[in-house]
Design a protein around this ligand. Structure first.
Ligand code: ADP
Length: 259
């Protein structure tokens, strides 16, 4: 338990630092991009300089994506939430996920009949699924299986799992499993840190999982990771069930008194 506390304090500190830097850096970028686009739109700009301005804008754009990722990690991004069925979000992105993982990886999804209403920013939850699928693909260079399932789970006071736990209550859970390379303990402990990557230079930014972390925690949720080197990895994302939705009550009744 003490280690978990230390871990979450560490993430909090990294988040503060990253968020502060990203925020200030973003303001500087806005100046660069503002003057850049003025130059770009200037009809008197010599054609031989046009290419150079485009390069500057491209680089600034990349930098802006980076800072956006850091801001998401540090929960400095505003989110707009609505009650949405988690299963519906998964159905919506399934085709896209298949495209990400490619032909050598098979996608299998298993979603329950009843809806799982969650107060969420569905664009951000889609982003979570996309980032996880991208990593799964990279972990299965020789093909494999990606399994996506959802369920309803009650977290009790005494709930202690692999590496994290939220406050007690009902949660919608999405579990994403790959049959890939897996990770060792030392890697698993660091995957949510921004810029942590085990991929070769230029392949990974190390921001994917920190974005996942930022989005899930901003939704009041938490993540558990189970991984076995050589066997594969399972991410379990817990999102609080919408307290206001009628469907939530229905789904809960189903959980407690299965027909
Ligand atoms: P990136 O993908 O750019 O490396 P991420 O933050 O998305 O950055 O991931 C960080 C690291 O976590 C990866 O480099 C990899 O070592 C590990 N990782 C994430 N997902 C998986 C997975 N499904 N299987 C094995 N390792 C993973």
């Amino acid at each position: 338990l003490e280690e978990k506390l230390l871990q979450s304090q560490k993430m909090e500190a990294i988040g503060q630092l990253a968020g502060g830097v990203a925020h200030d850096f973003n303001n500087i970028l806005m100046v660069i991009m503002g003057y850049g686009s003025m130059l770009r739109n200037d009809p008197s700009l010599a054609s031989e300089n046009r290419e150079q301005v485009e390069r500057i804008m491209e680089a600034a754009d990349k930098a802006a994506q980076l800072t956006a990722g850091l801001l998401t990690f540090s929960r400095k991004q505003v989110i707009k939430t609505q009650t949405v069925d988690l299963n519906e979000v998964i159905r919506r992105v399934e085709k896209f996920l298949s495209r990400i993982i490619g032909e050598d990886v098979q996608l299998k999804s298993q979603l329950p009949e009843h809806p799982l209403p969650v107060e969420m920013d569905s664009n951000q939850i889609e982003q979570v699924l996309v980032n996880l699928a991208t990593n799964a693909r990279d972990a299965m260079p020789r093909g494999g299986l990606l399994t996506v399932t959802t369920s309803l789970q009650r977290i009790d006071q005494g709930f202690v799992d692999a590496n994290d736990a939220g406050s007690p209550g009902p949660y919608a859970v999405v579990s994403i499993s790959d049959t890939g390379l897996g990770m060792d303990e030392a890697t698993r402990r660091r995957i949510f840190e921004p810029f942590f990557t085990t991929k070769e230079l230029g392949k990974g930014t190390g921001l994917g999982m920190s974005i996942v972390y930022g989005i899930v925690t901003q939704h009041g949720g938490f993540i558990n990771v189970y991984s076995e080197p050589g066997l594969g990895t399972t991410f379990k994302i817990y999102l609080p069930l919408s307290p206001s939705a009628f469907e939530a009550a229905e789904a809960l009744r189903e959980l407690e008194h299965p027909r």
